[in-house]
Ligand binder design. Sequence first.
Ligand code: ADP
Ligand code: MG
Length: 621
Amino acid sequence: MSEVIRLLPDNIANQIAAGEVIQRPASVVKELIENAVDAGANNIELHIKDAGKTSIQIIDDGKGMSEMDARMSFERHATSKITSAADLFTLTTKGFRGEALASIAAIAHVEMDTIEQGAQLGTKIQIAGSKITSQEPSSRPKGTSISVKNLFFNVPARRNFLKSDNVETKHIIEEFNRIALTHPEVGFTFSHNGNIIHNIEGAGLRKRIVDLFGRNFNNKLVPIEEETDIVKVKGFIVKPEFSRKTRGEQYFFVNNRYFKDSYFNHAVVAGYDNLVPPKHHPSYFIYLEVPSNTLDVNVHPTKTEVKFEDSRSIYSIIRSTIKLALGKYNIAPTIDFEHESQFDLSLEQQNSPIRQPEIQVDTSFNPFKSSSSPSSSGSSSGFSGGGSAGRGSSNAFNSIKPNKEEWEDFYKITEEVEEVEDNTQEDEIAFEEPLKSSSNKMQLHRNLLLIQVKSGAMLVHINRANERVLYDELMERFMLSPIAAQQLMFPYEYNLLSTQKLEWENNTSTLKRLGFDWDWQNNTLVLSSIPSMLEVEYVTQCLDGIVEKITHEELDKGELVHELILSLSAAATNHRSKMLSEEEMNYLIDRLFQSEQHQYSPSGKRILNTISIDELNNYLS
Ligand code: ADP
Ligand code: MG
């Protein structure tokens, strides 16, 4: 019998181990920045090319390594950070497994240039596939520089497994943010393909958050602080009204280490106590400190979960800390999210005596006469102002302004209620056009139009109808030329995460065509112009929608345009639940029926439905 079991050569063992530690460029970034932090660096530079696939370079001003250590550092299980298993429970460093450099060197071309503090000469080592290919003295002034090129050059399956540059860059940014938030005292420079993404000095936590996520954040933050024997809690939470539909900035740290924990996340949400609407997520930056012997840091290299000895108590402490902070800063919701304002009557209306609605039929009125469309200007395409003129170029809705007098007139009309005849029912058309020859419309609860049609009554949802009309118009305009923009007198700031900024930039041409123009201040979008039909107070709503679409859905170009125009038309129409004059109602219906899709809003909601005379009669029987 022959022996079949053999020890794997080191380079293969390293390659296998590397699979665990290094899954993508972001893992390299994480490990190398952590090493730089562990080396006591005050400033760390991160430069990546092609989402880290081509190269990743980290330069630090930390304590550096001697020639011996530089060579040793690439050995598996070579670490200066622990000497015994007991040390695992009193960890003060990020790394301790001694695996990262060995793993990286097994699957990439690595060059390390390092000098030990106080030494005359440094060491430059090149290593690829676990083999040192060159070593020479170097003359760098301080710290360590490591560059990692051609990641997974010898593991093609892994390389092919990598996602698009976009996705990989997002992972890198996320790792970067986690470390930058863990160590606000350290300065960071971060560039991608030569473009600076961040250049931030060491600072306090509030400044760090603002540096990473934009100036707007400053007003959104509420400090939290609590000290108990079990845990110390500090950090910031974001005011509830700034919660978003995307799970953006949710960060937990314990003893200077980022971790994920859905149980504690629940504690945070519970602390907000319904101040955050359903499906919205509060942002938070919460730093816990526990005695190190009550914390079990996962020894798995890439896991971010940790175990706490007394997680139930910590849960309640987190929850009450947040409740207290929100109470202390007297943060009450400024928007009532459950509120369906469209269906509300104004106070004035509520207090006025209830009048029975009376309808007068003006048989001579023809809503389809062109003169009844305030701004159709005879343009068959339905464009009122058209073209790419600047501010003031009209659109379907510039003309629809609430006119209280007309609205009151509408209700003042003398009584002339028609008796509905049973036998007028003709062949029912599912969505027949409203009768053209009578003033037969009534606005109900602001958001609905009730229209008498031949076969019964038609109910039209005004917002959705507006949305459909605007969507069609914008879509057509978008295809022909850029959508008219309005210059803003005061730039409008909107804050994005680094990943969102990236997606925004990826869609620059589409967004410009929509009428947006902007500059950047870090991650803050500084808008100098917006689409002309959008009112400034609804810009945030519109941008929330757009950012959600560009970051969270895998859409092809066509779908994206649809979604973006949808966000724009929704933001430009949602608030238009004002009382309409008769002309405005007629105009809206006129425009709606010009659309081939007049039954459904662009987001797929039903705009109108007809109730037959039979149904109406049955209703009372
Ligand atoms: P670990 O961080 O778990 O110890 P690594 O493979 O990441 O393992 O690093 C191995 C050793 O190399 C570290 O323990 C440290 O002594 C040394 N080292 C790595 N990077 C640096 C650096 N940037 N500056 C100084 N020493 C470093
Ligand atoms: Mg390490």
